[in-house]
Design a protein around this ligand. Structure first.
Ligand SMILES: Nc1nc2c(ncn2[C@@H]2O[C@H](COP(=O)(O)OP(=O)(O)OP(=O)(O)O)[C@@H](O)[C@H]2O)c(=O)[nH]1
Ligand SMILES: [Mg+2]
Length: 369
């Protein structure tokens, strides 16, 4: 059954467009998590309230509205501090959640492999532990549904010491899995390795399926892929290993980056990174920035890369495509549609170029857009 929620955002008066973009993304995240947004409240202020995030009066108002609209949760488009959660929960009679809770919830619902499940559980426990320090009351009345789902026994685990010992155990299990993976990557280093990275829903899995003739799940929902899959592609007779990876998003919770470290390492170990970008989004350049900063965080900032500007079939006109091509002329950019197949031959030719240089032992110089 779908839940209902109110979304709350604090917007700087000079940056309303950015706030709206972020709200739209949060609404899409909530939709993926199974939650309908029945109202959006935007409060314009220059800085957030240190105690109540939106200010106490506003928080009370939101609490009343939540009751009136009979919603299951109030979701703040932010990363709330534990203190915010505690104070807000004292005046809002339903679940108080933030962007991190929503992303963690989606990850919990989509985790398939045992490794992904362990990684999500670890991230959730760490997130919960941080909250517990200040807001134990707010947690105990979470109930069920969004914000409370977990792949393991985490559900209503609220005892700090048990959480801590669980974290230790999870980390140990994950290290074991990582060792096995490292063993595998050692065997793979004789091949040229390409990693697909990019914003969530950019079309990484669709491209992966095209390049390697596979059938991994593609979906308009966010964070469909949480595991790393590697398959071979044959380009001009060369065997090239292609890996699909978990998507990025702005403000990807640090807990998740830490927990998914070994999954994200695939980008680090690759010889070449394909940054897949959905150029049908008007603000795709922002997505590129997010991807770049995430790559830096995981230590892959200097890897050679090709920018794969995807979904060109969705651009409103050919003129628009040509304008984009002009703007990026001379850059390491290929324009494709993973859906129609347009541009894929260009992409393969480019990948092959890198492969040849790698094979000849020539350095693959990093590029920037
Ligand atoms: N029109 C169009 N749609 C595309 C194209 N490439 C991918 N899509 C669609 O975009 C959506 C997301 O594609 P995915 O391949 O699942 O994206 P992803 O990057 O793997 O996303 P996550 O795994 O969720 O991070 C799907 O509905 C695809 O069918 C394209 O070139 N054109
Ligand atoms: Mg995917």
């Amino acid at each position: 059954m779908r839940e209902k929620a109110i979304v709350v955002s604090v917007a700087h008066p000079n940056d309303l467009a950015e706030a709206q973009r972020s709200i739209d993304e949060l609404v899409a995240l909530l939709d993926t998590a199974g939650v309908d947004v029945v109202d959006v409240i935007v409060q314009k202020r220059r800085r957030i309230d240190p105690a109540f995030y939106v200010g106490k009066g506003k928080a009370k108002e939101i609490g009343e509205l939540a009751q009136h609209l009979n919603v299951d949760a109030v979701v703040f488009d932010a990363r709330l501090s534990p203190k915010h959660v505690r104070n807000l929960s004292s005046v809002i009679p339903v679940k108080v959640l933030d962007r991190v809770d929503v992303i963690l919830d989606i990850f919990a619902q989509h985790a398939g492999s045992s490794e992904a499940k362990l990684q999500v559980e670890l991230a959730q426990l760490q997130h919960r532990l941080a909250r517990l320090r200040v807001a134990p009351g707010a947690l105990s009345r979470l109930g069920g549904g969004i914000g409370t789902r977990g792949p393991g026994e985490t559900k209503l685990e609220i005892d700090r010491r048990r959480i801590q010992s669980k974290i230790v155990k999870l980390k140990r299990k994950l290290r074991k899995i990582e060792k096995v993976r490292q063993q595998k990557t050692k065997q793979q280093r004789y091949f040229f390795r390409v990693a697909l990275v990019g914003y969530t829903s950019a079309g990484k899995s669709t491209l992966m399926n095209r390049l390697t003739k596979s059938h991994f799940k593609e979906s308009e929902k966010l964070f469909t892929t949480l595991d790393t899959f590697t398959r071979a592609a044959w380009i001009n007779g060369a065997t090239i290993l292609v890996s699909d990876t978990v998507g990025f998003i702005s403000n990807l919770p640090t807990e998740l980056i830490a927990a998914f470290r070994s999954t994200l390492m695939v980008a680090n170990e690759a010889d070449l990174i394909l940054v897949v970008v959905d150029v049908s989004k008007p603000d795709f350049e922002r997505d590129i920035e997010v991807v770049e900063s995430t790559l830096r965080k995981i230590g892959a900032g200097r890897k050679p890369r090709i920018y794969v500007f995807n979904k060109i079939d969705l651009l409103p006109s050919r003129v628009m495509l040509e304008r984009l091509m002009d703007r990026y002329a001379g850059e390491e950019v290929v324009f494709v549609s993973a859906k129609t197949g347009e541009g894929l031959e260009d992409l393969k030719a480019k990948i092959y170029d890198y492969y040849r240089r790698w094979k000849e032992g020539k350095p693959l110089t990093p590029v920037s857009p």
